[in-house]
Structures are given as C-alpha cells and as structure tokens.
Unconditional design. Structure first.
Length: 78
C-alpha cells in the first residue's frame, strides 16, 4: 500500500543514511521500522517483556516499594 506521511527533516535525513548503510530502499526501511514499532507496542509483547524482566529473582522490585505504593494509594483522593 502506498501512503504519505510527514516527518521532520532531520529524521528523514537520518533514515536516508540508515537505508544507504543497510542497503535498503526507503520503503523497505520504513516498513521494517514500523513493523518493529507496532510489534513492540502490542500489549502481549509488552507483557512478555515485563515478565522476562520481573521473572528473574534479582530483578524483582523491593517489597518495600509495594508498601510505599499501597500507602500512597490509601492517602490519594480518587
């Protein structure tokens, strides 16, 4: 599908340099970049990423933060 979008001049120039360096057409570079962005922001992908980070024992948040967060929520007016 063909489409037209507006992007800042500096971003366009940077994209052109990347496309040349990777030997990709501009269209291919934009398609690959957009696909990567869309996949990275799908809720299931975000959840998978967070699960990988917090699934490791050493990276789990400090339980003290849970207590602080709970106390803050109790004092907050919703």
């Amino acid at each position: 599908m063909k489409t037209a979008v507006s992007i800042p001049d500096l971003l366009f120039a940077e994209a052109e340099r990347v496309a040349r360096r990777l030997k990709l057409s501009r269209s291919r570079l934009y398609a690959v970049a957009l696909e990567s962005y869309v996949r990275a922001h799908e809720p299931s992908e975000v959840t998978k990423s967070l699960n990988r980070v917090y699934g490791r024992r050493k990276n789990r948040p400090d339980p003290a933060w849970d207590a602080i967060a709970a106390e803050t929520l109790l004092r907050s007016k919703w």
